[in-house]
Design a protein around this ligand. Structure first.
Ligand SMILES: [Zn+2]
Length: 318
């Protein structure tokens, strides 16, 4: 019996040692993952869910891709629609190719801030090639060839279109607050500045970090939006109208008080955007600027735990 008892005890102690050893390995592995900068690339999604916003280098134009931590995908504007050879020569992305490169096949929503071609143009191939759940658009119509093509595709494919205006809140998932802050009311005009001032401007709040996507608004709309007061203070500003001097109203920029501004602009563009005055206004407010013509695709990751919990990654290839 005593021999049997001894053997059983020894067996149990070996088993305890083995369990302890395995536990130790698990603890060391988890500890190493938590301490590593990217959490081993395995648990970053669950430990630190981020909102991702790509300011795509579409040359002279805007295209902003938003991916929520829960996997929803939204696109704000599509840049211009030009032949592939032209885009390659000019060192710019075509939005449909960028979406493919990101393995995106469908969009939960598309925002068309206004009807100028450097925002609407690229939307047409996107509608032809990708499944789009719904479109949020500026509350006006526009009688151009591109707009008519867009209108026909939407009707043929029966895509839900929603006209939005200031005060609307978009349902993009409960972790992300999205509010429309411009335009105030529909204005049917083809006049250049009025079309710009009809731009859909969006406030995106994720955790403690706010981003303002300002479309191509000019000073009139900038003044109007100031009625929101401190509510428009944002860490990140998609600089209105490619940094034009029509859109650098100092009191507006002081109210937004962005830490970082993104200028979506083409290299050596005919409009000479951005203007030196607009750049100096942003610098006086203390806004650090990124530019798609210099930095390429500008990628923003927002953790939102506090007001500083965001980071930028830029393509330095260009
Ligand atoms: Zn524009």
């Amino acid at each position: 019996m005593s021999k049997y008892g001894y053997e059983q005890k020894s067996f149990q102690s070996k088993k305890t040692n083995f369990v302890f050893f395995m536990l130790l390995i698990v603890v060391i592995f988890v500890w190493a993952l938590v301490l590593s900068p990217d959490h081993g690339g395995l648990v970053s999604v669950s430990l630190n869910p981020e909102l991702r916003i790509d300011f795509v280098n579409v040359g002279q134009g805007d295209a902003v891709l938003i991916r929520t931590p829960k996997g929803k995908v939204f696109l704000v504007d599509g840049g211009v629609n030009v032949p592939v050879a032209d885009a390659r020569r000019e060192g710019r992305e075509l939005i449909q190719n960028y979406l493919r490169s990101q393995k995106i096949s469908r969009l939960d929503g598309l925002v068309i801030t206004h009807w100028h071609n450097d925002h609407l143009g690229g939307i047409i191939p996107v509608l032809r090639l990708f499944e789009v759940d719904k479109i949020y658009e500026t509350p006006s119509t526009f009688n151009t060839e591109a707009w008519q093509t867009y209108d026909e595709i939407c009707k043929k494919d029966r895509i839900q279109r929603i006209s939005v205006k200031a005060g609307d809140v978009l349902e993009w998932g409960n972790e992300l607050f999205v509010q429309v802050i411009n335009p105030e009311k529909p204005v049917s005009s083809k006049e250049y500045s009025e079309v710009n001032n009809m731009s859909v401007a969006l406030l995106l709040r994720y955790g403690k970090v706010q981003t303002l996507l300002a479309g191509d608004i000019e000073e009139d709309a900038e003044r109007e939006i100031m009625k929101y007061g401190e509510g428009i203070r944002s860490q990140i500003l998609k600089v209105p109208h490619h940094g034009a001097d029509t859109s650098d109203y100092m009191p507006f920029l002081q109210l937004v008080k962005a830490e970082t501004g993104i200028i979506s602009v083409g290299r050596s563009n005919a409009f000479r955007h951005p203007s030196p005055r607009a750049i100096s206004h942003h610098e006086r407010v203390g806004t650090k600027l990124y530019r798609t013509d210099r930095h390429g695709n500008i990628r923003l990751f927002i953790g939102g735990k506090d007001t500083r919990d965001y980071r930028f990654v830029v393509d330095q290839r260009l």
